[in-house]
Design a protein around this ligand. Structure first.
Ligand code: MG
Length: 338
């Protein structure tokens, strides 16, 4: 039994504390193997002298269309990004559709067109797929699963274990955009202009970083659970802590305002076009320079550093000068966001 829960709750899919409990208490003990235990965004596989990355993700976003994207764009970008953050060059994707009886074929074609457009931006092909149709009422319109394979040529493997005190933490732009774009559409909150999702394939931008030879220690896309949860995953081994400076975290004014109205903390809101980079302090400005020249990284900032103490904790230096602990997401403030 997962803690006090005997049934799955929406929060088990939040990417936060309960998702981690589910993985550690149910999935890992049964599936246990050396590759899975790494818990990277993609599995890292050795095959005939080549290093491959392999990943899968399912998409259940509600609604299917939102400002800045749709379930199709999300399904390509998310899997491309999970390959990219482990240092892989994405090669190809599979797509599985679970479609509800009665679903509008013209809507399906809009989604498929969006997938094709996103795949061409990422420079990859969809090479295999599957279609299942379920009874009306059993899939909320459409669910999509994608898997991806990529090759890794990075000289040293990216891993949390490479991180050491003094390293800097960089993000490629504003946080919270995706979650708030979806919730605004779901709740019919009319903003003019609307808050747009940041949903995008980041592989080309990340490849530029890797090709620059910058000393990158680790990368992760702060999707479900938001930036705060990703930072907590980084300190999980309790060898060091993180100190982030709130004033350096990029947040759009309309996102900040809507978060205040709705009572959300942008640090816990999902992003779909962001990457958190931990790198040697000597290469921080080189990385920032490359990011800021890319359209997906123009608002990049150094947001914090790896510190010796306190180990295993993420501290936020607030704009008013105080300090508070940032925990991993508990519960789920925004379900069905990706
Ligand atoms: Mg990821």
């Amino acid at each position: 039994m997962v803690n006090k829960y005997s049934k799955i709750t929406l929060a088990h899919g939040s990417g936060g504390k309960l998702t981690h409990e589910l993985i550690n208490q149910i999935f890992l003990p049964h599936f246990k193997n050396d590759v899975l235990s790494q818990l990277h965004d993609s599995a890292i596989l050795q095959l005939n002298g080549e290093t491959l990355a392999f990943t899968t993700d399912s998409y259940v976003v509600k609604p299917l269309f939102f400002p800045g994207g749709d379930i199709g764009k999300l399904a390509i970008s998310g899997t491309v990004n999970d390959l990219s953050v482990v240092g892989a060059k994405p090669l190809c994707l599979s797509v599985g559709f679970i479609i509800e009886e009665g679903f509008d074929i013209s809507m399906l074609e809009r989604i498929v067109t969006s997938m094709k457009d996103t795949a061409s931006i990422a420079g990859i092909n969809i090479v295999t797929g599957d279609t299942k149709v379920v009874d009306s009422g059993s899939a909320d319109g459409l669910f999509i699963n994608t898997c991806g394979i990529g090759t890794i040529a990075y000289k040293t493997s990216l891993s949390i274990s490479n991180i050491e005190p003094g390293d800097k933490i960089i993000i490629n732009g504003t946080i919270g955009d995706h979650g708030l774009a979806v919730i605004s559409e779901r709740e019919s909150l009319d903003f003019n202009p609307p808050i747009e999702s940041d949903c995008a394939p980041l592989n080309e931008m990340i490849q530029k970083l890797i090709n620059s030879g910058a000393n990158i220690k680790f990368m992760r896309d702060p999707t479900r659970g938001g930036l705060a949860t990703t930072l907590n995953e980084i300190v999980n081994m309790e060898k060091y802590g993180i100190l982030v400076d709130e004033k350096n975290i990029p947040i759009k004014d309309d996102v900040r305002a809507l978060c205040e109205i709705l009572g959300y903390d942008p640090l816990y809101i999902a992003n779909e076009g962001k990457v958190v980079i931990v790198a040697s302090s000597s290469d921080t400005y080189k990385i920032l320079d490359i990011l800021r020249k890319d359209s997906f990284g123009k608002d990049a900032e150094i947001i914090g550093a790896i510190v010796n103490e306190p180990k295993g904790k993420v501290y936020l230096k607030t704009v008013i000068g105080g300090t508070r602990v940032l925990d991993m997401l508990v519960g789920d403030q925004l379900p069905r966001i990706c």
